[in-house]
Design a protein around this ligand. Structure first.
Ligand code: ATP
Ligand code: MG
Ligand code: MG
Ligand code: MG
Length: 468
């Protein structure tokens, strides 16, 4: 089943259950200073959830573009993480609650008319005290007790505000993906044999200022499922990157680089990272974010530079990412017309940023060779941490590149000094950040969703950059 068909089925299924189909909102949050990016299907619907706005129809379904920079380290390493992905969601604003949510989830997943997963392969996790959810799974759906796991983490709570338990659905991908004797294999573990596909959040309490919990008068439902993960199962491929959402991008990159997919593990990581980052950048630019030195623009600039560097590991030493935009718009344009309508603009922005970065890299190299010469003249055999940091910060020069070059010249680089300079910059950024309270979405990623945590993602991006 093609990914576009899965998306259509999702929307049609919930429409048949009386839901209003809401188009994807922009990746850039509207009137919400607590978020850098829309990172869950519920994020653009917050005003309904906290009661500021009453929707015409309390049942909503969507397929929402999301960016999660906090997952950057996972990209290319796990089978299931992206920085840009589509979250399929169904929502109830004070309307239906647990019973319908669970029954419909099961119907959509197992009915041959919809996506038809083998019911035997499905397991769920519930919050230990959520007896209601347990009962629905066990008695109504008939899921045996040994496939219902009680997990303390299945409660989303970010301090004051609405909160509640969640239940997550996992698909067993079988022996090929891990041995059952591995404890990490089981739902909630790190192994990907049991693939988390869907999170159902039951927002039923208010976490009060004094730390107590009281039932909410209007209970809400917020669910999120990864389209790419459904596609990997339904297309019976090893990872999200092997689905029709990614393969054409990887194939085109292989053509450009003259390499083959599935031949060399390092190349495969590079191909996956590039395919991931080009989607993120193309969509962000399509939503009006331009590369810059701050905020969202900085994230985009870093992602592009990271993709350029991974391109170099494939032997591509010229701008090429802009050529992939056409492939992205070919795959995604059926639902997200912005990547078709704005394709030329997106290509131009990416090309000029790539050109700029290539220039920067060569400028950085000449500064580096001057630094080496000056050190030699002074009889010093080390590049200072400050200089390495300047190369990194001003020229986007990763630490490893500086170090490789220094080693070639018989020198070392002061790593500790570099780390200190990096930490100082982080402190400055931290001080500049304004903390805003926010209401949160989706169980697992709660702590990632505030601006505060977004910022950690952005730091991770910098840390990662230093490594690449
Ligand atoms: P995981 O544990 O796999 O990192 P999560 O628990 O952080 O996922 P949720 O916050 O519960 O994810 O989001 C709801 C759903 O969105 C997940 O069940 C998954 O299908 C999808 N999803 C979340 N993060 C990503 C990502 N980085 N890339 C692709 N899909 C994702
Ligand atoms: Mg989750
Ligand atoms: Mg999870
Ligand atoms: Mg996660």
């Amino acid at each position: 089943m093609k990914a576009s068909e899965i998306r259509s089925k999702w929307l049609a299924f919930f429409e048949s259950k009386g839901h209003h189909v809401e188009p994807s909102a922009s990746l850039v949050p509207h009137n919400d200073p607590s978020l850098l990016w829309i990172n869950a299907g519920m994020a653009p619907l917050k005003s309904y959830f906290d009661g500021r706005v009453i929707p015409d129809n309390p049942r909503i379904v969507n397929s929402q573009k999301c960016i999660r920079t906090n997952d950057i380290e996972n990209v290319g390493k796990t089978r299931r993480h992206h920085t840009f992905f589509e979250m399929l969601g169904n929502f109830s604003i004070g309307d239906y609650f647990k019973e319908e949510t669970i029954s419909w989830a099961w119907e959509f997943l197992t009915s041959p008319q919809w996506i038809g997963f083998d019911p035997e392969r499905l397991s769920v996790t519930v919050y230990p005290e959520d007896e209601e959810a347990y009962r629905y799974w066990n008695e109504k759906i008939g899921l045996p007790a040994e496939r219902i796991y009680k997990l303390d983490e299945n409660f989303w709570d970010i301090g004051e505000g609405p909160c509640g338990p969640c239940t997550e659905i996992f698909y067993d991908r079988g022996d090929k993906y891990g041995d059952l004797s591995d404890p990490e294999c089981w739902p909630g573990g790190e192994n990907e044999r049991f693939l988390e596909v869907w999170n159902l959040v039951f927002s039923q309490f208010n976490h009060n200022k004094d730390g107590s919990y009281t039932p909410l008068p209007n209970k809400n439902i917020d669910t999120g499922a990864g389209l790419e993960r459904f596609a990997s199962i339904l297309q019976d491929v090893p990872s999200n990157f092997d689905t029709d959402l990614f393969r054409p991008i990887i194939d085109r990159t292989c053509e450009i680089a003259g390499v083959r997919y599935n031949e060399n593990a390092d190349h495969d990581v590079a191909l996956k990272v590039i395919a991931d980052h080009i989607r993120t950048v193309a969509f962000a630019v399509g939503d009006g974010v331009l590369p810059s030195n701050e905020g969202r623009g900085y994230v985009i600039r870093r992602l592009l530079r990271r993709a350029v560097r991974y391109g170099k590991t494939l032997g591509v030493d010229r701008p090429f990412l802009y050529e992939l935009v056409k492939v992205v718009s070919g795959i995604m344009g059926v639902y997200y017309t912005e990547v078709v309508d704005k394709r030329e603009f997106i290509e131009k922005v990416i090309l000029s940023e790539e050109e700029r970065f290539h220039e920067t890299l060569s400028d950085g190299l000449s500064l580096l060779s001057e630094l080496v010469k000056a050190a030699e003249t002074a009889g010093i055999r080390e590049i200072s941490g400050q200089d390495a940091f300047k190369l990194y910060d001003t020229y986007g020069f990763p630490f490893d590149l500086t170090e490789d070059y220094a080693i070639e010249q018989g020198m070392t680089v002061d790593r500790a000094g570099f780390d200190t300079a990096m930490e100082e910059q982080r402190e400055r950024a931290r001080a500049a950040r304004q903390d805003t309270g926010s209401m949160n979405v989706q169980g697992g990623a709660l702590s990632e969703l505030t601006e505060k945590s977004e910022f950690i993602g952005y730091q991770q991006l910098m840390i990662e950059d230093a490594k690449v």
